[in-house]
Structures are given as C-alpha cells and as structure tokens.
Design a protein around this ligand. Structure first.
Ligand code: ZN
Length: 432
C-alpha cells in the first residue's frame, strides 16, 4: 500500500520529493452546480487548482431563483457533471481523491441536499473522509489562493476583515482565526447583489446575471457622460432627470453612529419602481435617463456600502471613540459575486477611512481581490475551506449530517455532525 501511495501521491517540485493529497469538492448551495479538484502540497502553501467545472440554472425568464426549480436542476445536472469531471481527471475507485468536501450551508436546503447526497455517496464508495463546509467561509478563504491580478501578494494574516458581498449575503466580518468570526455589519433586509439584480430588472436590463449586465451597461456609458452624471445631485428630485436617490440611513432622524451598524438595500428597488411609474407610465425610459439611473444606482449602492464600513471603522477603530476591536487589522478581503464589480473594488481601495480610524498609512492596508472566476459560487472555495478545516481543526463530518439553511459564520463548530480526525487518519489523508 505504501508503495502505491508513494507513487501516486508524490511529486518532485524542482527539489526534494514532497507528497501531496487530492481533494474533490462539490458546491450546490444556490443555483450553481460546481465540482473541483485541488491538490495540496506543503501545509504552508495554498492548494493548487487542478480543474473545476460548473453548470448554472438559467432563471432569466423567471427573474429570480425558484428554490424548487434549483433543487430539480441540481438533481438533473450535478451527478452528470461530477461523472464527466471524474472521468476527465481519472478519479475512480482505483485512483480516488484523498478527501471529499461539499457545501453544508447556508443555502437552499433542496439545492444543498443534492450536493451532500452526491458527496456522501462518493465518500462511502471510495471510503474517503467527508467535510461539510460553510459556504461563506469558502468565500472568505478564496483570499488565500494565488490571485492573477495580484501575483506577489502574500495570503492575509489574522486578524483580517472580509466584505462578503453577493446575491445572498452582504456582511463585513472580522476574522481572528478560522473559527473566531465577528459580524460587524449585516444587512437588515436583502443582499446588495439581490438589490442590484432587482433594480436592473426594473430598468429593463436582461440576462441571467443582471448585476453583471448592469456593470457592463454602466461601463459602456461614455466617460464624459459619466463625469456629467457624477456632478448631478440626487438628494432631491430637483434635477434634470427628476430622480431622487439618497444614501440610506442618512436622514435627520438617523443617528450618525448607530448602536448597530447595518446595510439596507430594498429601498433602491422601490425608489426606482416609483420613479418609473411617475415619470414613465408607458414603461419606455429614454436612453440617457436609463444610463443616468443605471449609473446612479450602482454608485449609490456602493457608496452606501462604503459609508457603513466607514462607520464600523469609526466605532471599532483606534480613535478615542473607537473600541479598538480592529487593532492589528492589515488585510481587507472583498469576496462574493458583487466583489467582482470593478467600480466597487476601486471605491473600496480609495474611499475607506482606515487612515484616520485605524491610524494606518495607505501602504499598511492590503486589499485582496480574489480572481473574478472565484468570486461567484464555485467548488474551489469549498475545497480550500475544507482543507483549512482539516488541517487547522482536525475534524471531519459524520455521514448523518443534514444541510443547514441558516448557519451563522461564528457558529462554525457549534453544529452537530463534526467528528475528530485521529493523528493516524490525518497522516493517512495528508500523506506528508
Ligand atoms: Zn455564495
């Protein structure tokens, strides 16, 4: 057995012989069926992506994801996807991966179940350990993978901040370790990505991923026109487009520094709906107005994100009014589907007040922007998080674990289904 394992699991990396282990990961929490294969070499190095594959439910006609349709989609798509992927990467009973990971939650229970059942089946068939991974931890940990746009960047070091910004979640999390997470800002209604999608729909922007289409639409507006738009104040409707779109939570009745800092996003869609009903009852918005509204929506939603994060910086910063919770933070990760938006990335880099509130010079704060392909849901992040859980916490999942619809990130280990991994099993998996 040792001979076989040694041959299969060792490789010469331009130097001494090092062993590695392979991880098959499955993600199915929402409307993406995803599978990936990772290779993990030294404990201190990030895993290597061997391959990944994805199939997405098209909900363009429905205008949103219907949970039952997503469940059905995964049941039809996932097994087929995994079978083809395993054949392509020579994964079978003679050459199984060393570890299997799947998303346990949070997410749609039906969608999660499809991935979990497939992963459990493979775990039994190949007699390999299984880890049920927290989806949001996966998004955060994509930051430890090498980034094409930032090839020389070292992985983030605890404590660090992560802005998770997607169609399902919008939160700012302070991570002090793999299990010590504090949610500093959460959304009080819907997620930023959901709000952007809904606004794009009201504006008549088509596509399966309307948020992405909206970004493209705004990017294609001529620069001189955007410069003109940026000078138009929409605090009142007293402008040439009659659009009133303010930053939320900034009225006279709102505290400058609230006890609980929250994001709110649902009002953007209702503002837009009202604007359309009043000014364009026949539904046909002229081209320039559409461009202006699209531009302002994106700007205002992102400015709201920045505004709330700056309040959290003030509250938890190092000034005399801050509680100092953010002391030592030097890395800021922006992950999730909306994080792929270039306008948001620019605003985060330029408009956060870490200089005054965290007493850092511009070079002291490092922004991590995971590759765009890894910002949307994918299985690479699930495999990466599974590896971190195995190596740092030495736990795996039992075969009885159920999907979890709501699973706060700071309760990673407070759920049933975790079992310890013995030293012998740990070394058997890692083969180092
Ligand atoms: Zn996600």
């Amino acid at each position: 057995m040792w001979k076989y394992a040694s041959k299969l699991h060792s490789r010469r990396l331009g130097g001494p012989l090092v062993r590695h282990y392979r991880v098959l990961a499955i993600e199915s929490s929402c409307d993406d069926s995803c599978v990936a294969l990772l290779d993990k070499y030294l404990a201190c190095d990030p895993p290597k992506i061997i391959g990944q594959s994805k199939s997405t439910l098209n909900s363009a006609k429905e205008g949103g994801i219907i949970p039952t349709a997503a469940h059905e989609f995964h049941q039809m798509a996932l097994a087929d996807l995994v079978q083809g992927f395993c054949a392509e990467h020579n994964l079978n009973s003679h050459s199984p991966p060393d570890l299997i990971c799947c998303t346990r939650g949070p997410g749609m229970v039906g969608s999660l179940s499809a991935g979990i059942q497939t992963a459990k089946g493979l775990s039994i068939a190949w007699n390999r350990p299984l880890i049920g991974v927290h989806h949001m931890l996966g998004h955060v940990l994509t930051a430890i993978l090498p980034k094409k746009s930032q090839p020389d960047l070292a992985p983030p070091r605890y404590p660090y901040l992560s802005l998770l910004c997607s169609g399902g979640h919008t939160m700012l999390v302070l991570l002090k370790s793999i299990t010590d997470h504090k949610i500093l800002i959460n959304t009080s209604d819907i997620a930023a990505g959901d709000s952007i999608d809904k606004c794009a729909r009201v504006l008549g922007i088509e596509g399966n991923m309307r948020g992405k289409e909206l970004e493209k639409y705004v990017a294609n507006i001529p620069e001189d026109l955007k410069a003109k738009f940026s000078r138009i104040n929409t605090n009142s409707a007293d402008n040439e487009f009659k659009l009133q779109m303010r930053l939320p939570l900034k009225g006279p009745s709102h505290l400058k520094v609230p006890d609980v800092v929250e994001f709110v996003f649902s009002q953007f869609q209702s503002t837009l709906q009202r604007f359309k009903e009043v000014n364009f009852p026949d539904q046909n918005i002229d081209k320039v107005t559409k461009q202006f509204v699209a531009y302002k929506i994106q700007e205002t939603i992102f400015d709201h994100l920045i505004d709330r994060i700056n309040i959290a910086f003030f509250k938890h910063g190092l000034s005399k009014n801050g509680d100092g919770e953010l002391a030592g933070v030097r890395d800021f990760i922006c992950s999730g589907g909306v994080a792929a938006n270039q306008t948001l990335r620019k605003k985060l880099s330029e408009n956060l007040t870490y200089d005054t509130n965290l007493q850092l010079s511009p070079d002291d704060m490092v922004f991590h922007f995971p590759d765009i392909a890894l910002c949307t849901d994918n299985a690479v992040m699930i495999g990466t998080a599974g590896i971190e859980i195995l190596e740092n916490l030495k736990v795996k999942s039992d075969l009885k674990f159920l999907p979890i619809r709501r699973w706060p990130m700071n309760e990673l280990l407070d759920v049933d289904g975790w079992v310890g991994v013995s030293d012998a099993e740990f070394h058997e998996i890692r083969k180092f």
